[in-house]
Design a protein around this ligand. Sequence first.
Ligand code: ADP
Length: 542
Amino acid sequence: MRATMMDYPLTLTHYLERAGTLLRDSEIVTRLPDKSLHRYLYGDFHRRARRLASALARAGLKRGDPVATMMWNNYPHEECYFGVPCAGGVLHTLNFRLHPNDIAYIANHAGDRFVIVDDVLLPLFEKVRPEIAPERVFVVALSGAPVPEGYESYEDLLATGDPDDDLPTPDERDACGVCYTSGTTGRPKGVVYSHRAIVLHTMAMCMTEPFGMSQHDSVMPVVPMFHANGWGLPFAAAAAGARIVLPGPHLDPVSLLDLCEAVQVTFAAGVPTIWNGILQALDAEPERWSLDLRFRTAVGGSAASEAMIRGFDRHGIRTIHAWGMTEMTPLGTAALLKATMQGLDEDAAYGYRAKQGTALPFVDMRLMNDAGIVPWDGETMGEVQVRGPWIAAAYHDSGELGDKWTDDGWLRTGDVATIDAEGYMKITDRTKDLIKSGGEWISSVDLENALMGHPSVSEAAVIAARHEKWDERPLAVIVLKDGAEADADALQSHLAAGFAKWWLPDDYVFVDEIPRTSTGKFLKSALRERFEGLLVEGSGGG
Ligand code: ADP
């Protein structure tokens, strides 16, 4: 028998048209640089995104041409998320927190023809502009100031388009977006997404599990829209018809909480650093904000500690721990309790929720170590390998494929994990951060999570320090909470309750802050440079 279904293309154009018809009364709220709120409906968004698509086509954009954005999370960025792909272009979201040299490298490597930039980011863009050669640069005037000379205005660009122009019909396998990895090892590498990958990823995100987004939600991506497609939220929220809440440049805890209260956010997503700050603000003033009772968050990018998940539960906010990467569009797993686990005792339940979780539909996952495929016993560690329809099969224009893909077609994530009998994956490290003590692996992430469970500790990073006898030993770098006190002995006894003796750090260093990457993760390479010699006699460190 042969299937009798239509071969209907899975493209973002469908979601855009749906936004303009069935969902036209849903809202998009943006916090502008002056902190006022800009609000409009999907109906307006749809017309403007179509205008943008038409204007880009009239300006000569060809199928597959990249259009870069250097923008905060705001409504014109949401317009670009749909307008560029629906014109047949490829949305290239530039990470403006990178060094200007890296931004220039990325823009040149992608071959960006047009750039759309927020006026408040122009001082940054000016540092990159001499190194790149876009044909045209359009400025989004969000701060109210006129567009400076030498630039064109985004609004003028829109005025040249006609929302009623026919849109091209992309092939579902056409490129629609590109994100570069942050390049912590080697040069940044481009991951090029297809319409089909984004559409399938969007559908999976909107399922009741993991995130169950709907028109009844107010969805706030705190994660920047330049970071791995804003974790897919600008697409998924629009497909679901949720109110989309974009915080602009105001990412401090109080501003975010004020916004959550003002528009009754029900779902937000960001890295643990952001949530740590928010939790401390809530702990300090538990009665200050009146938040929606359905409020839940997706936390990922680096590990969310059990202490944080418990902390938010105390405020009635449910944390969903999730894992993914740029190469995975990005979502791979989420930690929700299975129906059969509802009766678990509290500690066991938190144990599962603090893991990175189970694979989404269409994400195949396996662990490999030197001995081959690792059993799902919750103990044996191996490298996580994945495959699926929204997982990269190569990098853009990269000579160095290296060993990122296995011979049988799986992506090597560079993460080391265990998977338990229920299928819950738990990251223990990135391969490059593992601590190898006397040939045995010690998980820096487990130690960090436990340390961050100590009431005096705000942040903890555990790194491999060189050791004469054991090659490497764990060294803990600690940031204490404001006004809190705890010394190495106190932290060591805190850990001793839960870990084998040989896992305990050999030393503790107290610092004011832990350096971060452009996406808010601990920059362990910088800590290693500074402290890795600390345990070796005579080599100082510091
Ligand atoms: P970068 O390489 O710039 O950090 P990504 O943002 O794509 O790029 O990061 C992906 C990596 O982030 C994963 O491979 C993993 O190491 C880490 N990561 C993501 N989510 C989690 C999580 N929930 N827990 C621990 N690590 C995570």
